[in-house]
Design a protein around this ligand. Structure first.
Ligand code: UDP
Length: 355
């Protein structure tokens, strides 16, 4: 077999951790699949649970190629408690990372009931089964949308939460509240609520990455598809914001750095007797839409046709993270720059266009 430089599975760590098994709901999705690799790199055994409602079989092929074997996988909708129970029975996991949720802000405003049903029900099913099977550690996939437009920047975990601007954001606020209440009532349950800023990029192998269905909503997939000729031009949604270049500012974080934070959160939960803590996961700095486009063009030497359009409804002007809590408590920090993220995103897009 040819050597794959991105595979870093450390055999000794398997022995040290006595093979802790982690159920990864939504493990075939964008962040989930990168987390599966990080878990294996750190001696955990991931078990993927995914209903493939918003993930693609190509990710499984990529995972298998990266890892050299196919990780355990159950096709299961997490709102179907009877089926999910069978997975718990068969696998007896030690911990759960819960990604499985709908995630499109715009779609959630069109289909709020579907979003509430799926995102809240799936967490409740997971929680009830964790209780039944005595599983005490949960890492929950949350989002910086819980903050709305913050009054001070960077956003700290303690910053006052504004009403969510979308049903999607509200599901994350409600799920965080459910977990806070559940851990208060049952202190043996330990939770890390990971608030993602803007995950971008792809695995450096170019074998897994983001696979948006239809026209992408997010900036980076739109840029890569425009560069690949799938979209005619990128519309920048407004350049009249009160920012240095007039375009919105976000905190973009490489998906592999984000994935690594889940392992750090599991390690941290292991040291706790009781816990329910939220952590911001971002670079701790903001970049404007124009900066992202310019960096993409520069590092990939690839042109992107751009047009300035009107503002997008619901966009916050600027937001970036104070990630110091994750750095001090989880011993986590980002290792990859915006330039590296955009190189990896382009590598993935080119590979997709060939495949
Ligand atoms: N954006 C843009 N054109 C696009 C997609 C996004 O100008 O085709 C902008 C968007 O208005 C926002 C930033 O890029 O200011 C990041 O948007 P994204 O949807 O990726 O993330 P979110 O808004 O959820 O932070």
């Amino acid at each position: 077999m040819t050597k794959k430089p991105w595979v870093k599975v450390r055999a000794h760590s398997f022995i040290l951790r006595s093979m802790k098994k982690v159920l990864v709901t939504g493990g075939a999705g964008y962040i989930g699949s990168h987390t599966v690799i990080e878990l294996l790199n750190h001696g955990y055994i991931p078990v993927i649970v995914d209903d493939f409602s918003n993930s693609d079989k190509r990710v499984l092929k990529g995972l298998e190629e990266i890892l050299g074997f196919a990780p355990s996988l159950y096709r299961c909708d997490c709102t179907d408690k009877a089926v999910l129970k069978k997975v718990f029975e068969a696998e007896m996991p030690d911990a759960v990372i819960h990604f499985a949720a709908f995630k499109a802000v715009g779609e959630s405003t069109e289909q709020p009931v579907r979003y509430y049903r799926n995102n809240i029900d799936s967490l409740l099913c997971v929680l009830e089964l964790m209780q039944e099977f005595n599983v005490c550690e949960l890492v929950f996939s949350s989002s910086c949308t819980v903050y709305g437009q913050p009054e001070t920047l960077p956003v700290h975990e303690k910053c006052e939460q504004k009403p969510a601007t979308s049903p999607y954001g509200y599901t994350k606020q409600v799920c965080e509240r459910i977990l806070t209440d559940a851990t208060t009532a049952n202190p043996t349950l330990r939770c890390a609520l990971l608030r993602y800023f803007n995950p971008i990029g792809a695995h450096p192998s170019g074998l897994i990455g983001e696979l948006p269905y239809g026209v992408p909503n997010n900036l980076v997939p739109y840029i890569t598809q425009t560069a690949a000729g799938i979209r005619e031009k990128l519309i920048i949604h407004g350049n009249d914001y009160a920012t240095p270049d007039g375009t919105c500012i976000r905190d973009y974080i490489h998906v592999c750095d984000l994935a690594n934070a889940h392992v750090k959160a599991l390690e941290w939960l292991d040291t706790k007797v009781s816990a329910c803590e939220a952590f911001n996961l971002g670079q701790g700095m903001g970049n404007s839409v124009k900066e992202v486009v310019d960096t993409f063009v520069r590092v990939n030497a690839t042109p992107v046709k751009v047009e300035i359009g009107p503002r997008r409804a619901g966009d916050v002007e600027q937001v970036w993270a104070d990630a110091s809590k994750a750095s001090s408590l989880l011993q986590w920090k980002t290792e990859r720059s915006l330039a590296e993220s955009l190189k990896d995103a382009w590598k993935w897009q080119k590979q997709l266009s060939i495949g």
